[in-house]
Design a binder for this molecule. Structure first.
Ligand code: PHE
Length: 347
């Protein structure tokens, strides 16, 4: 058979096979290309036959081989595009994307309800000219107890047992040691001291719905000349109204803390029933929100502050308690578990 016929035949048969290839023949297309145009392919084989031809025949035959190679190369490229498009089409059809479906929601986090509570209270006090002070969670027995007028053998220490690092270093049981630390620092020639200090405190408590071995307080302290119980009441009245509503009243009940004298327990009139008695206020019309009192002269004197010249008031409120009352939360453990079903309710 002469070369021309063989070339024609290879061309026709290859084009015919190519036409039949669709999206299911990606591999076959590749194989055929190698079989025809590859190094050991049919066309290369035919090319080898050129050497048996005469000098006159050879240029023409060479030209013919090149022509066929060009035609086939182009045909392979075109078919490859068709096959590729078919593969993509099939994939899109099988995936059946519904472009009308709503997109995925990116859910935004929010600040913890306790953070929100303390920031809200901080804002109120900042507006009244208080400074915000940080204390230490790991504290000395000396500041936590002794400087708060609770010497080593004081019976009131029993109510505030805690975690001890050493005999003299402990996890603070209240934010009150910040009182002593700021009193030590304050320069009274520049004016009165007005500060609050929010933070975490620890006690040896068994965790239940209303107790936790760690919780949060906000300490408040005002010391200056002529600071009276009236200032304490006015300040607490104001904060209560901001937190629980403008109609709220407060009442002071006698209490005892070693570091204040006199000491009071502060109740706010029930924000749910307005004072008539309901389940929130346990039918009393009043809700206890914090402990307070006039700073004990010994606490002032231990900081080197003249208790004849200066006086002041202090208070300590529980952040969890405030948040539980405001939002009707009935289990304190919800604050610490990080369950989004709890946390996302306070967006
Ligand atoms: N430190 C007290 C407590 O934790 C609260 C308190 C603070 C009372 C300041 C009076 C004055 O119970």
């Amino acid at each position: 058979m002469n070369l021309q016929v063989q070339l024609e035949e290879l061309k026709q048969s290859t084009l015919l096979k190519l036409k039949e290839m669709d999206g299911n023949h990606q591999k076959e297309l590749q194989d055929l290309r190698v079989a025809v145009l590859g190094k050991k392919g049919s066309l290369t084989e035919l090319l080898k036959g050129l050497k048996d031809l005469s000098n006159e025949e050879r240029p023409l035959a060479g030209k013919l081989v090149n022509e066929v190679r060009d035609i086939l190369t182009k045909a392979f490229e075109e078919q490859a595009e068709i096959v590729e498009a078919a593969v993509i089409r099939a994939k899109l059809e099988s995936e059946s994307i519904d472009v009308t479906l709503p997109g995925r929601q990116v859910s935004l986090g929010n600040r913890h309800v306790l953070t929100q509570t303390s920031e809200e209270i901080e804002d109120i006090f900042l507006g009244m000219g208080f400074q915000i002070v940080d204390g230490f969670e790991v504290e000395k027995d000396y500041y936590n107890f002794e400087r708060m007028n609770l010497p080593k053998d004081h019976p009131a220490r029993d109510m505030q047992d805690t975690f001890y690092i050493t005999e003299e270093i402990l996890l603070r049981t209240h934010t009150s040691p910040v009182q002593a630390r700021t009193l030590d620092q304050h320069d009274f020639s520049k004016g009165p001291l007005k500060m609050i200090s929010p933070g975490r405190v620890f006690r040896r408590d068994t965790d239940d719905a209303t107790h936790s071995h760690q919780f949060h307080q906000i300490e408040g302290l005002v010391v200056g000349e002529n600071i009276s119980m009236g200032d304490l009441k006015g300040t607490l009245q104001m904060i209560s109204q901001k937190m629980f509503g403008a109609e709220r009243k407060i009442r002071l009940r006698p209490s005892y803390f070693p570091f204040t004298e006199p000491s009071v327990e502060v109740d706010v009139s029930c924000f749910k029933c307005g004072g008539d008695g309901c389940n929130v206020c346990k039918k009393t019309g009043w809700i206890e929100i914090l402990g307070a009192g006039m700073v004990h002269p010994s606490v002032l004197e231990m900081s080197g502050v003249d208790s004849e010249k200066y006086s002041g008031f202090a208070f300590g409120l529980g952040q969890e308690r405030i948040a539980m009352l405001r939002y009707g939360i009935n289990d304190i453990r919800g604050f610490y578990q990080g369950d989004v079903r709890f946390t996302e309710q306070f967006k």
